[in-house]
Design a protein around this ligand. Structure first.
Ligand SMILES: Nc1ncnc2c1ncn2[C@@H]1O[C@H](COP(=O)(O)OP(=O)(O)OP(=O)(O)O)[C@@H](O)[C@H]1O
Ligand SMILES: [Mg+2]
Length: 272
C-alpha cells in the first residue's frame, strides 16, 4: 500500500508580537493511501495548523511533510488533494454547477468534459436537481455537499477536511457522515478529517489521532475496531447503536482525558 501523507518530526512555532507560540511539536504521522484518519483534541491543540501544513498553506518550523512521496508544495502543484474546510467557501455569484466546475476551469479542462464531470459529481453528492441554483438558495448541508463535490472535482487521492460539518444540525450531520463514508469508499481517496465530535470521528475513521495541547502533540492513535462488517463501505446507521461503536467512543474519550476523570470534558469537545 502506498503512503498518502508522511509527517516526520514536525514542529511549528508562530512568531507573534507577544512572543513565540509553539503550536505543534514532535509530530510523526503516516496516513496510508485510501485510509480515513481523524484528528481530535481540545481547541487550540494545533489541528488546523497541521492541516495547513499538509495542504502547503503554511510551512513547518522543523521536520518534513510529504504527500504521495513528494513535498507538500509539489503535491499542491500536482493537485493531489482537495480541500473542504469549515465554511463551505462557495462563490455566491456562481451557480452550484459553476462552483463545482471552478477547479476544472482553472486547470483548463475542456467545456464538454467539464460538464460531464460536474454532472457526475453532483449526482454523487445528491444535488443533480440543484445544478442551476445559487449557494444562498441552498441549506447549509447542501452547501457543504457542493464544497465536497468541488473538492473531489479533480479526483484527488487525498481529501483534507477541517470541521466541515461543524455548523450542521445533528440529523444533517449524520446524513453527511454516511455520504462521506460512501464517497470516500467509492473514490478510494485518503481523508484527513478534523472534528470536535468523538462519535463523528469513530463513525468515519480507520484511526483516530488524539492530540493534546500546548504545544500540540499526538497523545495517542486509536485504531477503530468496529467489527468485521464495518469495512468503510459497509458502515451503516445501525453501527451507531452497536456495542463496538460505544466501546470505540469510550476508547477515544479515555485517550483524550489521558487518565483524568472522564466527567471533566476538555474544553471545546463535544460528546455528540
Ligand atoms: N497564524 C498564526 N499566528 C499565530 N498563532 C497561531 C496562528 N495560527 C494558529 N496559531 C496558534 O496555534 C495554536 C493552534 O491553533 P490551531 O488553529 O491549529 O488550533 P485547532 O486545534 O485547530 O483549534 P480549534 O479546535 O479551536 O479549531 C493556537 O495556540 C493558535 O493561537
Ligand atoms: Mg481548527
Amino acid at each position: 500500500m502506498s503512503t498518502a501523507v508522511e509527517i516526520i518530526g514536525v514542529d511549528k512555532t508562530f512568531d507573534t508580537r507577544s512572543g513565540a507560540v509553539q503550536a505543534l511539536t514532535g509530530i510523526d504521522l503516516t496516513v496510508e493511501a485510501g485510509e480515513f484518519v481523524s484528528l481530535i483534541g481540545p481547541s487550540g491543540c494545533g489541528k488546523s495548523t497541521l492541516m495547513r501544513l499538509i495542504a502547503d498553506l503554511d510551512e513547518p518550523t522543523a521536520g518534513t511533510v510529504e504527500v504521495f512521496g513528494k513535498g507538500a508544495r509539489q503535491a499542491r502543484l500536482d493537485q493531489e488533494y482537495g480541500i473542504a474546510f469549515q465554511s463551505a467557501g462557495l462563490l455566491p455569484w456562481r451557480t452550484v454547477a459553476a462552483n463545482v466546475a471552478l477547479p476544472l476551469e482553472l486547470h483548463g479542462v475542456a467545456s464538454a468534459a467539464r460538464s460531464t464531470r460536474v454532472a457526475e459529481l453532483l449526482d454523487m453528492v445528491g444535488l443533480a436537481d440543484f445544478a442551476d441554483r445559487y449557494p444562498d438558495q441552498l441549506s447549509g448541508g447542501m452547501q457543504q455537499r457542493v464544497a465536497i463535490a468541488r473538492a473531489l472535482a479533480e479526483q484527488p487521492r487525498l481529501l483534507l477536511m477541517d470541521e466541515p460539518f461543524g455548523a450542521l444540525d445533528e440529523m444533517t450531520r449524520e446524513k453527511m457522515q454516511s455520504d462521506l463514508v460512501r464517497i470516500s469508499a467509492e473514490t478510494g481517496a485518503a481523508v484527513v478529517f478534523v472534528t470536535h465530535s468523538i462519535p463523528e470521528a469513530v463513525f468515519l475513521s480507520d484511526r483516530v489521532v488524539v492530540m493534546s495541547p500546548r504545544p500540540g502533540r499526538i497523545q495517542e492513535i486509536v485504531p477503530m475496531r468496529l467489527g468485521a462488517d464495518a469495512a468503510r463501505a459497509a458502515r451503516t446507521e445501525e453501527l451507531r447503536e452497536e456495542r463496538a461503536f460505544f466501546d470505540m467512543v469510550t476508547a477515544v474519550r479515555e485517550a483524550l482525558h489521558q487518565g483524568a476523570p472522564v466527567g471533566t470534558a476538555p474544553r471545546g469537545l463535544e460528546n455528540r
